[in-house]
Structure formats: C-alpha cells, structure tokens
Write a protein that binds this ligand. Structure first.
Ligand code: NAP
Length: 202
C-alpha cells in the first residue's frame, strides 16, 4: 500500500519549521512523498491579510526544489472560491484511488478547529490527519476535540511531535516588517525572493 502526505498550509511564508515537520512525518509515517498544497484562499482568513497565492506558491517551490520526495501542488490556487480541505482531499482521492493511504499534515492548532470545517464528517473519511506539535505540547486541548468529533472520527487524527524549531510565519512577517534578519529560519532562496518582490514590508 502506498502512502502519500499532503502538507496543507497558508505558508506565508514557508520556513524551516514546516520543512522539518514534513521531513519528520515523511520518515515517521513511511510516506512515499509529501505534496505541499499552499492554500489558494484560506477560508478562515480575510483576503487582504494574506500574501497573494502566486507568491506563496513560488516560495514553497523554491524551498522544496532540492528534495526528491517533496512536490508542490497548484490545486488550491487553480480552484476558484475558498480553499476547503474537503474539496482538496476529494481531488486527491480521485487521482490516487482507494488503494493509497492519504495523510493530511498540518499544525495541531489548525486541526483543533476541524469541527467548523466544510463537510468535516465526510472529510475524515477521505484521509488520516497528522497533527504536528512541538515536543511537550499540552495535548489536553485534544480532549474537547475528541468529545466533539466522537471516537470514530477522532481516531483519524494522529498527534505527532516534531522539531518545530519554534518558528512561526507570523513572527517572521513581523521580523521582516521591522527590518530584523530572518536568515537561517527560512531557506536563503525564499529570503531572496521575498526581498526581490518586496514582500512583508508593511
Ligand atoms: P493557521 O491557522 O495559519 O495555523 C495554525 C497553526 O498551525 C500555526 O501555528 C501554523 O504555523 C501551524 N501550521 C500551519 N500549517 C502547518 C503545517 N503544514 N505544518 C506545521 N505547522 C503548520 O493554518 P493555515 O496554514 O491557514 O491552515 C492549515 C491548513 O488547514 C491549510 O491547508 C488550510 O487550507 C486548512 N484549513 C481548512 C479549513 C476548511 O477546510 N474549512 C479551515 C481552516 C484551515 P505557521 O503560521 O508558522 O504556519
């Protein structure tokens, strides 16, 4: 049975925390590859608070280019309307069929909100979900999620502690806005791209 990882995120911008998490999940779950899916229009964010999708997509391309088992998908960029994970997983199921195990990978904080996501009971039938956390994270937050989802759906969520390096996209945006260095937190090619395109300056 083949297993594929689907790394979902806004990636505004992508950083070494995301890349390291993808690598550790790839190894831990023995995934044949990890497909990064930058969100086109994040359903839970105002459009003017997110960097245009083509920029975020290109930064993910630059960050993953040298990894033979990482790919990037334009699926959510090329689909109109909000980027619902349910729609994305339906597409992946159509492409890979029932014989492939699909693991949707994202931050635990994002997954805590899944009871508000489109068609979430159906969504959990399409894939397993890897909730990446920092080692030592208080997993009691999951108790409420378990009570809301019920045992059967909750079983599809796999908390997975990774070396997240305590990097966050919002902190990186603040650093760049305030002229602080982000070297060694983000791949060099992504730093150069953001500088060239004058991203995150205001
Ligand atoms: P977010 O709300 O911006 O992020 C929540 C937390 O998770 C942040 O700490 C974030 O860190 C972290 N995170 C996000 N993606 C990650 C990843 N792939 N690996 C490790 N940590 C990650 O989350 P988001 O990025 O906008 O959304 C995450 C995924 O959930 C996306 O694929 C999005 O489309 C999906 N989603 C779907 C629905 C829906 O279908 N209705 C609603 C919401 C989200 P950073 O800020 O450093 O990334």
């Amino acid at each position: 049975m083949t297993s594929i990882g689907i790394m979902g995120g806004t990636f505004d911008p992508i950083h070494y925390g995301h890349l390291r998490a993808a690598e550790e999940v790839r190894q831990g779950f023995q995934l044949e590859r990890v497909v990064f899916v930058p969100s086109g229009r994040p359903p839970h964010k105002a459009i003017d608070e997110v960097t245009p999708p083509e920029h975020r997509y290109l930064m993910v391309e630059l960050a993953t280019a040298d990894h033979p088992h990482f790919e990037v998908s334009r699926l959510e960029l090329d689909r109109v309307g909000p980027s619902y994970t349910f729609d994305t997983l339906l597409e992946f199921r159509k492409v890979y069929g029932p014989e492939t195990d699909l693991y949707f990978i994202t931050g635990l904080d994002a997954l805590l909100d899944t009871p508000t996501w489109k068609n979430y009971p159906e969504m959990f039938k399409l894939a397993d979900f890897v909730a990446v956390t920092r080692p030592g994270y208080d997993l009691s937050a999951l108790d409420t999620l378990k009570a809301t989802l019920g045992e059967a759906l909750f079983k599809k969520i796999h908390p997975f502690p990774v070396t997240l390096l305590a990097i966050s996209s919002s902190d990186l945006r603040r650093k760049m806005r305030e002229g602080e260095s982000v070297r060694y937190l983000i791949p060099d090619a992504v730093v150069k791209y953001a500088e060239k395109e004058r991203l995150y300056l205001d």
